[in-house]
Each structure stands twice: as structure tokens, then as C-alpha cells.
Design a protein around this ligand. Sequence first.
Ligand SMILES: O=C[C@H](O)COP(=O)(O)O
Length: 320
Amino acid sequence: MTDAYTNEILTQKVDQIVSKLVNQPLPPIQPPPKVPTTSAEVASLIDHTLLAPASTLQEVRNVCSEAKKYKACTVCVNSSMIPIVSEELKGSGVHPISVVGFPFGSANTEGKVREAQVAVEQGAKEIDMVNEADISFHFLPLCCFPLVDFLFHLPLPLPLTHTYRKWNKKKVQNIGLLKSGRYLEVYNDVLEVSKACGQATLKVIIETSLLTAQEIIASSYLSCLALQGDGFIKTSTGYGGGGAKADDIRVMYEVCQLVSKELSLPGGRATKVKASGGIRSLATVREMVQNGAQRVGASGTSKIISEVEGGKVEADAGGY
Ligand SMILES: O=C[C@H](O)COP(=O)(O)O
């Protein structure tokens, strides 16, 4: 936990960056990122992923073999599979990744911390955690005083609180309960897991498909503040009903750059962006990179690599 921020401070900071970025078309990144062309370049960006709940040990072994064959960056699996993946990848230069709090992010922080610690002890070199996907976007000044906000949300048959609740529900951008202290919770959720990761790289999945444009900015911002220029923010679990979109990647990249400036990080060090969810073609990989992604999560790596090797660039069939 940190005493650097309070909910009020974070609410003000989130409101500022949201009003700066939301619905503002962003220019292409300058200088343009290098777009991968060879299979080695594409593979070096890819976290080869197998997160299906019914994945067998043999399927996990197959994914490890494919990743070694392609020279993928990593293999991304559920935490229970880390021991076998660490064994399969030993000495290969391909790193094991464990997801944490997957796929909904609604596990408590203590549970995510412990899951990350064990996965790192068992060989995970990167952790992909799911952040609190349900953040609420406060519009009303009353929300800045959590106690008042809490009292007003009690289901009391009072016209004033009833009106406030109705209005707030309309105002609240997101599903899920309006809970006071939410921004601080989201921030501390990432901070505590990042401490547990030690030298392992932490990526924070914000589940863009569940969030409004404002919330994508807010969740990216809170995660970047906690990551302090390290690690990645990542679009999707692949289980949230939608996947990576170029516009989302671009704005996430912009948030990473703005936080780097806000924290005056040396050499402009900034948290990176990982695109994941529904990426099934080389064209989509390239589009994500052009918009700021420096890592791609995909279960369809074989198809993407065969496109590169076969020289055939298929139109994107769309991942969802
Ligand atoms: O980390 C999440 C996965 O990369 C989702 O990817 P997928 O839609 O290619 O299965």
C-alpha cells in the first residue's frame, strides 16, 4: 500500500487525463514504430498463449514446442501450468508467463499477490495480472467524500438519496457497484502485485472490451502510475467478449508516455503496451505495432507465423 495518493487525489488526476485524451483523435506515433516483416521479428513480439480452461498437459507441451520452434518471446499459461512450462522451456530463451487473477480480475489483491509469488518461485519470468476490470467513473462532487457517497447509496426510501442513486447510476459509466475508494483500490491492486513480482515483469490486463473510453484511460493511467514506467498494460484476457483494437492501443500508448513525463522518468522510460485478444493475422499484428504495441498475445501464433513464412498476408478475418 502507498500513502502517496488518496482517492480524492487520484480522482482529480484521472479526471484531468481523461478530459485531456477522451474523444481526442491522436496523431500517428512519431517516429513510426518499426513494423515486423520477418517471421523472427514477428515471433520475437509474441507471447504464445494457451489459457483455455480445459488445456491438457499435452497441449501445454505442444505450445512450448511451437514457441521454441518459432522462437516466440514467451509462453503464457495459467499459473498451475507454470512448473511444466518452466521445465519444457529451460535453456530455450523462451520465457514462461503466468496469468494471475485470471480471467476476471475480481480476485482479492492478497490472492493475486500470493499467486504471483508462487508463479515466480516456480519459474515465471513475467506475470500478466487482471486489474479490477470494474472501475467506476465518478461525475459527482459528492463522490469525492466516500462516506457521503456511501450513505447516499444506502437503499433508504428517502427522495434525495433515491434521486442521487438514480442519477449516479445514469452517470456511472460502468457496470458493477459504485464503491468508494475504487481508484485507490485499482492502484493498490497493481502496486501490491508488482511488489510480489520482484524481478519478474508485470503486465496489467485492463480488459478494454468491458470499459468505456473514459475507463480505458482511467485504468491505463492508474496501472501506469503503479508500474512507474516498468512492465506493460495489456488490452484483453480473451475472455471479456472482445479483444484488441488499434484505437485502444494508441490511447493506451499515449497514457504510458504522459505518465512517463508526469513522473519525470529517466530517459523517457515508459510502461509498454501489449495487444491481446482476437489477433489472428499478420495484418493485425502490424496494425497493433503501428499504434504502439510492443508485445502481442496470441493463441493463434502458428497461423500468423505461417502467413509470414508463406508470404501470404491474409485480410484479417477478425478475432471475435
Ligand atoms: O492473453 C490473452 C490471450 O492472448 C488472448 O488471446 P487470443 O484471443 O489470441 O486467444
